[in-house]
Design a protein around this ligand. Sequence first.
Ligand code: UDP
Length: 329
Amino acid sequence: MNILVTGGAGYIGSHAARQLIEAGHEVVVVDNLYRGHRAAVHPKATFIQASLTQKDVLEKAMREHQIEGVMHFAALAYVGESVTQPLDYYQNNTHGSCCLLEAMDVAGVKRLVFSSTCATYGEPELMPIVETMHQQPINPYGWSKLMVERVLMDYAAANPSFAFTALRYFNVAGSAADGSIGEDHEPETHLIPVILNTILGKRESITVFGTDYPTPDGTCIRDYIHVEDLVAAHITAMQSQSDGAQRFYNLGIGRGYSVKEIIEAVERVTGKTVNVEYGDRRPGDPPQLYANSDKIQNELGWSPKYTSIDDIIATAWGWFSNHPDGYND
Ligand code: UDP
């Protein structure tokens, strides 16, 4: 297929472009490089530097490259930042997605896989999370994505030949197995990269945000899924969509790890000791989030290849230890 990948210079988008190209698809990457890296764009992808609000540029790209489907990764994705800069999140994530849909509409592109998030669930009372649970985000990031899910449902209802799949990610981690592309965020706030950067001496310590959560060891629990497994689900979703599909799937491995357990796993994998400090809770963080991913496993036949947190962390370490300065741009 000819696929347009928004955010293809970012962490997940760059892994998606690569897996698509390796599977024989044609890829056009659209990225404004606000947080993406030109060097992360696959050499065989066509690259267009543009924002989602540049609807005419998007539409032209879709027509010229006979785009059949869009994988939409471009977004701001820091929970903490969304609490302090909510408008940036509604502009980029919600308004940006509407612009993308408008361009798709004009260009006649009718297939979309959308990066949604477990943050749309807020603080569910029951774990693991299933797709039918009530969605009540507790931060602007979650709302900015949930609003897009709503927009997609309404747009799909009005356009019966359109089809979309919203994938609700849990915590994405790891890197391409060969360590050639990986995670390079500025600022870096995600747990596993922060711990690895501490080991590399780029930070003095890692602060555990909150030790008084109602969890067995008092720290937050998350479900970490390998980026390549996550991307594989996108490709399966894209290829299996037929007219009128409106699908929502959780994407996690179905097992939660506490912040302390992740620190221990990193120490096991790297053989190094992490300098840990204990601090206050970070606003917007729910105590625990882990997925029930049975729906996508049963309906699309997807399953994660990486089920061990140590294996996931080992791939991240492969990238970080060989690229301590990331893409160095
Ligand atoms: N976390 C932490 N210290 C850090 C970064 C993250 O204790 O320096 C915790 C954070 O509070 C959350 C978990 O690690 O409970 C995962 O956070 P991350 O930012 O990686 O992903 P999120 O779950 O917010 O999408």
